[in-house]
Design a protein around this ligand. Sequence first.
Ligand code: ATP
Ligand code: MG
Length: 208
Amino acid sequence: MILTVSHQKGGVGKSTISWNLAVYLSKTKKVTVIDLDVQKTLTYLHNIRNKNDFNVITFSDDKTFIDYINNHENIKDEIIIIDSGGFDSSMNRLAIMGADKLVTPVSSKFIEILGLQTYENILFEIEKTNGTIIQTNVILNNINPIVKDFKDIKNFINQSKHFNIMKSVLRQRADISNSVANGLGITEIKSNEKAVKEFKDFVKELNI
Ligand SMILES: Nc1ncnc2c1ncn2[C@@H]1O[C@H](COP(=O)(O)OP(=O)(O)OP(=O)(O)O)[C@@H](O)[C@H]1O
Ligand SMILES: [Mg+2]
């Protein structure tokens, strides 16, 4: 199955979430990561990690990327995690089209809604050319632990037929940014239990 972590807005946590999903899911499943981020964040982290529990691959042109996706469409025993770049491009759109499941991280600040509207326009355009309905699981990420009320942003996000707001919330956790910097995932370090639980609850809700 292909899981694409996607948002054209930069810095929302796509690479962080893709990385942690790869680390955690590779304990029990075959995982390959496709790194579409121009900064090649996950390729870099994988080098630091220096383990072979999952692979990180990149593509330099649309044609080879499409061929790869087509060849892996119905493969059930492998999870392909695509870390999209934080911008609109043909390759990032292909990653949306090819996904069995989409995840879109956002913060809870109201200004995020503007970014989501831009993203939704991209989804509309893809639907028009493709003739398929696209829905993404929106995860509130990097949320200050003292913020408790998400009613407004959740209601707003849920008005769109493209967005399913997830019940899980990933808080801003120093253990998340620190573990990633060492080529590790939140589930592999001695960490704040709440941070690990939040992440595992998120994965459970994704129902991969
Ligand atoms: N839950 C979290 N807790 C703490 N820090 C986080 C969390 N999620 C993301 N971050 C931090 O936020 C910053 C941006 O995250 P990241 O690079 O994953 O975003 P991105 O969406 O991949 O960005 P880009 O669009 O530029 O590729 C990083 O410094 C990362 O460590
Ligand atoms: Mg990134």
